[in-house]
Design a protein around this ligand. Structure first.
Ligand code: ZN
Length: 479
């Protein structure tokens, strides 16, 4: 079996080591919470984003690119929004030696950058639905402990989709589409997740309601990796985004947003990893197959030319392959590629060259099989499918074994002391009781299961006030 001891018992240290040693980020950049993306890490992230672009294309979103600076006057138009972000924005106050007349905010998210332009662009019902997105860097002055990919002051790969609609129903359709997009993406990443509707006190500043997608990390804390918000007309009223209806009257648009970030990569690294390092799903691995030649004295030429033949064949088949010709021992190379999470390793020695066979080693289960040269491409494709299945099944099992339903605060406390994960508790729906549970459990309420908001709670009581429960509320210690 694959060892996952360090991975689960000392996740924080494991995560930092892997990020550094596998060449994802360099954390030594001299601004706290801002990291340098290294080529290998960036390639994986871009492969994830390829699927995002495909999904955006499929669903009729157009890509845009807005400036990073927002005038204070625009930033302040939506009261709840500014209250929510004010404490964590970076300000540009000077240009050269001169103080600016209007200070500028380095975008923490782009509602306030985009919506004055939406007001100019959207004129009539014929312009709706209006769907755009961008992937940009955003800045938030995080005061909590920063952590690469997870809690940073510069989110380098922030995806944000913004839409406008004729009415609430159409905005709701958009939220359903977002959930569908998200699910497709998670399948490509082999990640299992849950969706919760956030409580009133924890929704996005300015939103009518917010949904959050969570995964359970190896240490039992949850990580939010996606959010969807229905704004109703809150921002449209603040930014005067009006459209002309078919009957000639005017109304404010309904808006939604959908956000993700490099936390997706954090989830991939964390959820699929083991004690040897990363395990990348073949869908996003920059190198899907690495070939390590194992020549013996006198057989070098034969082995290398056999390895090159295989490399050519796999390239032609459209597989992302790399032939490792570094002047290092094979054992060293195995260790290095295992750390980097390459899904399949091919080992070729003199015997393989003579007998026209190939040894395939899969990264997820650390198992080896020998196949004949003719069936190589088919076998690799089969292996990719099998690895995706295995990673997803393992992720799903991990998630499900970390969601527990209890009736009392005491039981919940015990779970948090022991295995953590997500704890579900009956709840009357009152804010006071929800906040009280957060305090007692030293955990956050993620919200109620979505879309089945009224999940079976008949006969259950809210453990705080004793009244009849209306919802199941999910709690977790979060990143
Ligand atoms: Zn209650």
């Amino acid at each position: 079996m694959v060892e996952r001891k360090k991975w689960s018992e000392n996740f924080s240290e494991w995560f930092n080591e892997v990020i550094e040693e596998a060449g994802i980020l360099d954390k030594r950049y001299p601004v706290k919470g801002m990291n340098v993306w290294l080529p290998y890490g960036l390639k994986i992230m871009k492969n994830i984003e390829k699927f995002i672009h495909e999904e955006m294309e499929r669903t009729g979103h157009q890509e845009v690119l807005f400036p990073a600076l927002i005038p204070e006057t625009e930033f302040q138009k939506e009261a709840e929004h500014i209250a929510g972000f004010e404490g964590e924005v970076f300000w540009v106050t000077h240009a050269g030696h001169e103080p600016l007349d209007v200070r500028l905010v380095l975008r923490p998210t782009s509602e306030t950058a985009m919506y004055s332009m939406f007001a100019l662009w959207i004129r009539s019902h014929a312009d709706l639905p209006f769907k755009v997105y961008q992937i940009v860097n955003v800045y938030r002055y995080e005061t909590k402990h920063t952590r690469p990919l997870i809690r940073v002051r510069e989110i380098s790969r922030f995806f944000e989709a913004h839409t406008a609609h004729v009415d609430f129903e159409d905005a709701e359709r958009q939220i359903r589409e977002d959930l569908d997009i998200f699910d497709n993406l998670m399948k490509k990443l082999a990640i299992a997740y849950v969706i919760s509707k956030r409580p009133e006190w924890d929704k996005f500043p300015g939103a009518y309601y917010s949904l959050g997608a969570e995964v359970v990390m190896p240490d039992g804390r949850t990580l939010q990796i996606g959010t969807m918000h229905n704004y109703k007309q809150n921002f449209a009223k603040a930014y005067n985004i009006l459209y002309e209806k078919e009957d000639g009257t005017h109304d404010y648009v309904h808006q939604t947003t959908f956000g993700m970030s490099e936390r997706l990569l954090a989830a991939v690294i964390a959820i699929h990893g083991d004690d040897r390092g990363m395990v990348l799903p073949p869908t996003i691995a920059p190198i899907q197959v690495v070939i390590v030649p194992i020549p013996k004295k006198g057989s070098e030429e034969e082995v290398y030319s056999y390895a090159k033949e295989i490399e050519e064949e796999l390239k032609l088949a459209g597989i992302r392959v790399h032939l490792d010709l570094r002047d290092k021992r094979p054992g060293w190379k195995f260790y290095d590629w295992e750390l980097k999470g390459v899904p399949v390793r091919i080992e070729v020695g003199p015997r393989d060259a003579t007998e026209k066979t190939v040894v395939l080693a899969r990264r997820d289960k650390l198992e080896k099989i020998t196949v004949s040269r003719e069936e190589l491409v088919d076998k690799i494709r089969e292996l990719f499918d099998d690895i995706m299945k295995y990673l997803y099944e393992r992720a799903k099992e991990w998630l499900e074994s970390h969601i527990k339903r209890v009736d009392t605060i005491e039981e919940a406390k015990e779970l948090f002391n022991d295995r953590r994960g997500i704890v579900e508790i009956p709840w009357c729906g009152e804010e006071e009781c929800g906040l009280r549970m957060e305090e007692e459990l030293e955990a956050k309420m993620l919200g109620i299961p979505y879309p089945d908001e009224s999940a079976k709670v008949e006969g259950k009581k809210c453990p705080v006030c004793g009244r009849e429960a209306k919802f199941i509320a999910r709690f977790a210690r979060t990143y």
